[in-house]
Design a binder for this molecule. Structure first.
Ligand code: HEM
Length: 357
């Protein structure tokens, strides 16, 4: 069977594909940063809870994370919607197919996210009174979040491989995953390790900000956060190599000199990651955070090129018919600008009231 014949026909798009690609990448980076702070923060809190067992008081680092955790979950979920919409515009025919093949898992995302959210609220509001049981509560949140990320990695890899879609004929119950794909585990681990590292750096950033405002407890947050960043990034070096080697050979070679843009983006991203590591090891939090942000952006661009390379034999959004109706896009842009200004204003108000600082 020709796997290309399994791909549903794609819809026309109103303006050139490049605009949607830009919006997809920009909003995906925001989703990733929030997701890293959420998952990384939750894992660090769990480690602190496990390390602090037997001690009468909740460790201050755990307290600092507990207060922020529900907020990061809300941000991650809300910042997941825009990339989902832009992804549908470009790759709806592939995304929906992978979502149908693994429908039961896809639908579980919302249940898992809600359980994690509830657990995070219980953890925040009852931190002191829960005692040792808090380890179970934050452990449940971590498990649910790890499971959501795993479902996403399965779906994002399955949509790239129409050759694997024939699994539906053996199992039409919507319980397929993409476990036979050799890139699945290193890719998933890549996101989990990035979360530990970036979540750690976020914690160090919070500590550094508190320290500047005269809070002596900030120093401990910086120490713990930088440790997670350094070890997470070192582990990432090994996993990144595993991920690269797991790619199909013709795609892997694109990143090893076969294509200038693929090679330049990947290795510039790696170099920035190493730069962030060096800066973090010297305790320089703001420059390390800037370098880490650069790494995330470059890696998101690399991931986009990787997706295009996988799909090249079957499909490209650049080939979609364009209806050239600019007015909906202009209305959208105006709403985006006005909405962003309002959200910025709301956040400033909340920070002024001491609610989100
Ligand atoms: C709350 C827990 C969540 C976690 C831990 C999480 C984690 C992840 C991870 C790890 C990826 C990358 C997967 C890969 O490429 O292998 C991803 C991608 C994505 N997530 Fe989330 N996510 C969460 C919630 C959401 C929600 C609720 C939405 C939508 C409403 C969403 C929308 C997306 C989209 C659209 C992508 C793919 C973007 C692209 O391929 O360009 N996420 N997420």
């Amino acid at each position: 069977m020709d796997p290309g014949s399994l791909i549903p026909a794609a819809d026309a798009i109103p303006i050139a594909a490049g605009w949607f690609r830009l919006l997809l990448l920009a909003t995906f980076v925001l989703h990733l940063l929030a997701m890293n702070a959420m998952l990384g923060g939750a894992v660090i809190a769990l480690a602190q809870a496990l390390g602090g067992e037997g001690q009468p008081r909740v460790p201050p680092t755990e307290q600092a994370i507990a207060v922020k955790l529900p907020f990061t979950i809300a941000l991650t979920v809300n910042l997941g919607v825009p990339p989902l919409l832009f992804l549908q515009v470009h790759y709806g025919n592939l995304l929906y197919t992978s979502a149908v093949l693994m429908a039961a898992w896809w639908l579980s995302i919302f249940v898992l996210a809600m359980v994690a959210y509830y657990a995070a609220y219980v953890y925040d509001f009852r931190l002191a009174s829960l005692g040792r049981v808090r380890t179970l509560v934050i452990g449940l949140a971590v498990l649910c979040l790890l499971a959501v990320a795993f479902v996403f990695s399965n779906s994002m890899t399955l949509m790239l491989k129409p050759t694997a879609w024939t699994a539906y004929f053996a199992n039409p119950r919507g319980t397929n995953l993409n476990l036979a794909d050799p890139t699945l585990w290193p890719r998933y681990l890549h996101f989990v390790l990035a979360s530990l590292a970036v979540g750690g750096l976020g914690l160090a950033g919070l500590g550094s900000w508190r320290r500047r405002r005269g809070d002596l407890g900030g120093k401990e947050l910086v120490r713990v956060g930088l440790n997670w960043f350094i070890w997470g990034t070192l582990a990432q070096m090994a996993d990144g190599l595993w991920f690269l080697l797991s790619l199909p050979q013709e795609i892997m070679l694109l990143f090893l000199g076969g294509s200038v843009s693929h090679t330049a983006l990947l290795w510039l991203g790696v170099a920035m990651g190493v730069g962030a590591l060096v800066l973090a090891s010297k305790g320089r939090v703001p420059p390390a955070a800037a370098a880490a942000l650069g790494t995330v952006v470059l890696m998101a661009l690399t991931r986009d090129l990787l997706r295009a390379a996988y799909l090249k034999p079957f499909f490209s959004p650049e080939g979609l018919p364009v209806t050239a109706q600019a007015s909906p896009a202009l209305v959208f842009l105006a709403a985006l600008i006005v909405g962003s200004i309002l959200i910025f204003w709301l956040l400033r108000l909340a920070a002024g009231a001491g609610k989100e600082s």
